[in-house]
Design a protein around this ligand. Structure first.
Ligand code: AMP
Ligand code: ZN
Length: 101
């Protein structure tokens, strides 16, 4: 099981700030901004490039809705997907960084 699947199942502890039937959100362990959260689908999908048009569109919309709610008190924020090793991806389970200032 990958590290984010273990966080989702509770096997590895995390500071969860949101959970619903599709996604969890928790604090990044090495924050790069005053607010740094990861929004993660419960389904194990390795990369954003594995998402299928038509099948996963709702998931991305849902992840942005979660981010907007969690970052509502921030002056500004950045939503970021790293895709592939060259794109800076270290954990191969889809996640959206929410970095807020
Ligand atoms: P990426 O480089 O886009 O794959 O981002 C992976 C992120 O996961 C990094 O920002 C890490 O700091 C974060 N991370 C890795 N392990 C954990 C963990 N156990 N709990 C919370 N965040 C983690
Ligand atoms: Zn996983």
């Amino acid at each position: 099981m990958c590290i984010f699947c273990k966080i989702i199942s509770g096997e590895i502890p995390s500071e969860k700030v949101h959970e619903d039937n599709l996604c969890v959100a928790f604090k990044d362990i090495h924050p790069k901004a005053p607010l740094h959260l990861l929004v993660v689908p419960k389904e194990h999908i390795p990369k954003v490039s594995d998402l299928r048009e038509g099948e996963h569109d709702h998931l991305i919309g849902h992840m942005v809705n979660i981010a907007n709610k969690l970052a509502t008190d921030m002056e500004g924020y950045r939503l970021q997907f790293n895709v592939g090793e060259k794109g800076g991806q270290e954990v191969f389970h889809v996640h959206m960084h929410v970095m807020g200032w």
